[in-house]
Design a protein around this ligand. Structure first.
Ligand code: 13P
Length: 285
């Protein structure tokens, strides 16, 4: 089916108390693994692109691949631009056919974050494109964006209230103690903060930094309103390990297509594991 925005799938997920996985892709093979796994498990899915990946391949190739793969399935597929600070890249994604975008102005003071996020809502909404925005600063490293522990900070409840009243986003990403990349110690999630922010509105919430969180943490965050869960690092590992494991077992076989197949299988396993954990399987209708 044609690509859809995140709006409807996330409203349904919040009401149904499950979450839709947003998987950061790397190339055609990884988009194929994400979409075909969602198809097999009858799950809605968000194919997520980092700014770095978009600039690496270009807008047109990515949108061509995703349109072609989405047209082969009846499950809802959204293509979402992850953390983007650059309005011209957001505009190019909108023009190219992205169905969802994220403006990350979380490093700016509240009023500036609100103004930039409002501007993106104005750019996207006339085309039915969903918008995600962030408040507070999520720590760790996500491609070219790096926030060290000292600068990472939780979203404030008062600020979240003001933000949500002023910016009509389809998905809100408050920093609640998760981090991008591999967790160094036990992640400390501010569940109370998440609960208070969740009670402010029905807006679906995004949980960033999904790699390495336990099943209990996922379940608790979903029960408190997280309807979109981002997984990036785990897919990077599946991508590289898919290649390495194959190479180690057959070091003298130079057959690129079987290597791509091994990566595809490794990525599919990671995606399936998360879809089942988030409970979005059989929720495509
Ligand atoms: P991880 O890399 O920790 O899975 O986080 C992904 C993410 O939140 C992308 O925005």
């Amino acid at each position: 089916m044609p690509l859809v925005s995140m709006t409807e799938m996330l409203i349904k997920a919040r009401k149904g108390r499950y979450a839709v996985g947003a998987f950061n892709i790397l190339d055609y093979n990884s988009i194929k693994a994400v979409v075909e796994t969602a198809d097999e498990l009858q799950s809605p899915v968000i194919v997520q692109t980092s700014e770095k990946t978009v600039l690496f391949w270009g807008f047109k190739p990515i949108i061509t691949w995703i349109n072609e793969l989405s047209s082969r399935t009846a499950v809802p597929v959204a293509i979402h631009l992850d953390h983007c600070k650059d309005l011209s890249i957001i505009k190019n994604c909108i023009d190219a056919g992205w169905s969802s975008v994220m403006i990350d102005a979380s490093s700016k003071p509240l009023e500036e974050n609100i103004a930039l996020s409002q501007e993106v809502v104005k750019m996207a909404k006339p085309f039915g494109i969903s918008v995600e925005a962030e408040l507070g600063e999520i720590g760790g490293v996500e491609d070219d964006i790096s926030i060290d522990e000292e600068n990472a900070h939780l979203a404030g409840v008062k600020q979240a209230k003001i933000f949500l009243e002023k910016v009509k986003v389809d998905c809100f990403a408050p920093a609640i103690g998760t981090a991008h990349g591999i967790y160094k110690g036990e992640p400390k999630i501010a569940f109370d903060r998440l609960k208070e922010i969740s009670q402010l509105s029905d807006t679906p919430l995004a949980l960033h930094g999904g790699t390495g969180l336990s099943e209990d943490i996922f379940k608790k965050c979903i029960s408190l309103g997280c309807s979109k869960i981002n997984i990036s690092t785990q897919l990077k590992y599946a991508f590289i390990d898919g290649f390495l494991n194959y190479y180690q077992s057959k070091p003298t076989e130079y057959n690129p297509l079987t290597v791509l197949k091994a990566q595809y299988i490794s990525l599919k396993q990671a995606v399936a594991e998360n879809i089942l954990l988030f409970g979005s399987n059989m929720k495509a209708k």
